[in-house]
Design a protein around this ligand. Sequence first.
Ligand code: THU
Length: 137
Amino acid sequence: MSASKPRTRDSSALVAAARQARLHAHADYSNFKVGAALETADGTIVTGCNIENSTYGLTICAERVAMFKALSEGHLKFRRIAVAFDTNAPSPPCGACRQILWEFAGNIEVILSTLRKERSHHQLKDLLPLPFDKSHL
Ligand code: THU
């Protein structure tokens, strides 16, 4: 049998988890609710949502909540993250989240989705070109 190209893993469950996590967002100031679902190397899904604060600056994005939850639970290796937004086209993650994801997950797959069927798939290295990391220290 000839070797075939590996297929992209089905991301439906991960995207569904991100959409579900979005429902827990605390977004009283922006009204922009975001959900994230991070898949670890052993297949565990750790979710996060954005949590805003009246001081604004203490707001934390869904992606970082998911990553910090995962790290605090002892997960060290990650495969991919799905992020869900209620926008017409999938929105991109902010720069701070790209940096944190790079630090702890490296070049993972990033799946951006709306609440409908629109999705886009990216590699983190394309979203964060020329990243600063511990190799520069
Ligand atoms: N936000 C996220 O949670 N993730 C992103 O990738 C972009 C922005 C949040 C932060 C803030 O609560 C709201 O969306 C508006 O910026």
